[in-house]
Design a protein. Structure first.
Length: 579
């Protein structure tokens, strides 16, 4: 606390309620003004007004017009952001004499803000007791502690560089030096910050501490500054939008909707189809006696309808008794696709009409699945692909031969249908005892069978396969070789072991393989019209004569043939259907 000569006269004037006046301190961080001995105001940097009130304990505001830096201390002693040379202060004068009591002159410092603030703080300079020597009589010092605050704040935080001394009972005070920068026993300089937001009032308890037995009621002074930041105020909410005008009364009426679907967008020949027609009502009134029609595609056979639909003249007709408001009626039509081989596009159309007695202004029905050529009709399309029609013909180059001769066979598979044939399995049943020599186009021999997979045969085209085999040396009579288009059980069984070794999945049975196109045979075998046969008359060789004929070809390794056949079977198995 700073001691002034002539303080008695100044103290007397202040006791009479006459405050010392002067020009307010204006600085970058606001200004401070004495209103009366117990009231002062601080105009903060953001325009916030803080009113400080001293109550009890013989303390008054005695001077104005100086900054913290005019007294003592450095910026480092105060809270972050405080500039000692710029912060305006009011000087507090304290006069009580504690006598023999260790503490006296208890009162309060209350600071009220004119708007909510964040982290308010007070800043003190030369909060000390002078020299503390008995010959000067300045052996007492003021102390301060946090008392209360509004909006939930519960404490005050002392700045890191403060030079306060612990006065006990939560009080912070200066020591027996008036210079905050003294090497020993420095006077009190520092800040007390109340953390929080939306605060409008902070209160501190104040008391006078006796530091020696000898005291006077001499005038002690120290500087007080205030800082805070106004709490951000959220923008006021936008005024509510005006209520929309009440809608005009609307007459209740139906609003019909229509949709159509089919269970199979792609189908084969002579397969079942199921159509669904949904008539909805999105209006506010029921629709009664609603006419619905389903125009059947040409070629659809075996047509039937539910809900009382009448099938006649290429269409189905209903008269629905009622379609309730917000509800729907579901209708079904069934039939079968055309038989035969030709490609077909089945377009099924449905229509719905408003009731004859619908109110004026009733909207036209809305179609959810419109036809491309007529948006007032609902459509469902099924595509039926063209199917191939195959013919197999087996011939042999040698109609007569000697026993042990090599025979050359030709198999021709033709496609007479409108569709493309793909992955066609051709199987040849070798004559009894014949030895397989070679086959064209990747033919594979398994036991007494030779098989091929023909990748593709376009309409009007054919595939030609050749086979060479040797009849047994003891053969005599007619030797018959037959061929067909089929999934052969013998070949499948023989290929499974090789397929397992090659890591190839083979169907457990032939029923999982795709259906084959219809087949006819030229040179029909006498015992089966699905097989084509070629016969050779074999004569026994003359005694002592050597066998003549084509040069035999080395037999391929068995495992290679079997593995190749497994691949062919896999290629066929991976197609579930072909239209």
């Amino acid at each position: 606390m700073r001691k002034r000569s002539g303080a008695f006269m100044l103290g007397l004037l202040l006791a009479l309620g006459v405050a010392a006046t002067g020009s307010p301190a204006a600085a970058a961080q606001g200004e401070a003004t004495i209103v009366d001995p117990h009231t002062g105001t601080f105009t903060l940097a953001d325009g916030t007004i803080a009113t400080a009130t001293l109550s009890g304990g013989e303390r008054i505001f005695g001077e104005q017009g100086k900054s913290l830096g005019d007294w003592s201390g450095t910026d480092a002693m105060y809270a972050d952001g405080v500039s000692a040379k710029d912060l305006p202060t009011l000087i507090v004068h304290s006069t009580p004499d504690c006598g023999s009591a260790p503490r006296c002159g208890e009162g309060q410092l209350t600071i009220t803000f004119d708007r909510p603030v964040d982290d308010p703080a007070i800043h003190l300079a030369e909060f000390g007791a002078g020299t503390g020597r008995s010959d000067t009589g300045w052996a007492s010092a003021d102390g301060i502690r946090f008392a209360s605050a509004d909006d939930g704040a519960t404490r005050a935080v002392v700045s890191d560089g403060a030079t306060f001394t612990d006065g006990g009972d939560g009080y912070m005070r200066g020591d027996v030096r008036i210079s905050c920068s003294a090497a020993t026993n420095p006077g009190g300089c520092g800040s007390l910050t109340v953390p929080g937001t939306g605060i409008t009032r902070i209160v501190f308890d104040m008391a006078r501490f006796a530091l020696s037995a000898e005291q006077t009621n001499g005038l002690d002074g120290y500087a007080l500054g205030v800082t805070a930041t106004a709490t951000e105020t959220p923008a006021p909410p936008a005024p509510p939008a005006p209520a929309p005008p009440a809608p005009e009364p609307v007459a209740t009426m139906p609003a019909l909707t229509l949709s159509k679907s089919v269970d199979r967008p792609v189908a084969g020949h002579d397969e079942p189809l199921s159509y669904t027609v949904v008539v909805g009502n999105a209006g506010t009134a029921a629709a009664k006696d609603v006419p619905v029609a389903d125009l059947l595609p040409a070629g659809l056979t075996g047509v039937a309808a539910d809900q009382g639909g009448v099938v006649a003249d290429g269409q189905v007709r209903w008269m629905l008794p009622e379609v309730p408001a917000g509800g729907e009626v579901v209708l079904h039509v069934t039939g079968r696709t055309p038989a035969g081989l030709a490609e077909a596009q089945l377009v099924n159309r449905a229509t719905v009409q408003n009731p004859a007695d619908a109110p004026t202004g009733t909207p036209a029905p809305t179609v959810a699945t419109p036809c491309p050529d007529d948006p007032q009709q609902a459509c469902a399309l099924t595509a039926v692909g063209a199917v191939a029609s195959l013919e197999i013909d087996k011939t042999v180059a040698q109609t007569t031969a000697s026993a042990g001769a090599i025979l050359d066979y030709t198999i021709t598979v033709s496609n007479d249908g409108p569709g493309t044939a793909m992955l066609i399995p051709v199987v040849d049943d070798l004559p009894d005892g014949a030895r397989f020599i070679a086959a064209s186009a990747g033919g594979v021999a398994v036991k007494d069978r030779v098989g091929w997979i023909v990748p593709e045969i376009l309409p009007g085209q054919s595939a030609t396969l050749t086979l060479r085999a040797q009849v047994p040396p003891d053969a005599e009579g007619t030797v018959v070789n037959r061929a067909t288009v089929a999934y052969d059980e013998t070949m499948a069984a023989g290929l499974k072991a090789a397929a397992v070794q090659a890591g190839i999945a083979v169907p457990a049975d032939l029923s999982a393989l795709p259906a084959l196109p219809p087949l006819t045979a030229a040179h029909v075998c006498a015992d089966d019209a699905q097989w084509s046969c070629a016969a050779t008359v074999v004569r026994a060789p003359a005694a002592g004569l050597a066998q003549t004929g084509g040069t035999p070809v080395a037999v391929l390794p068995a495992l290679a043939l079997l593995a190749g056949g497994a691949v062919l079977l896999l290629v066929s198995a991976r197609r579930s259907s072909h239209r």
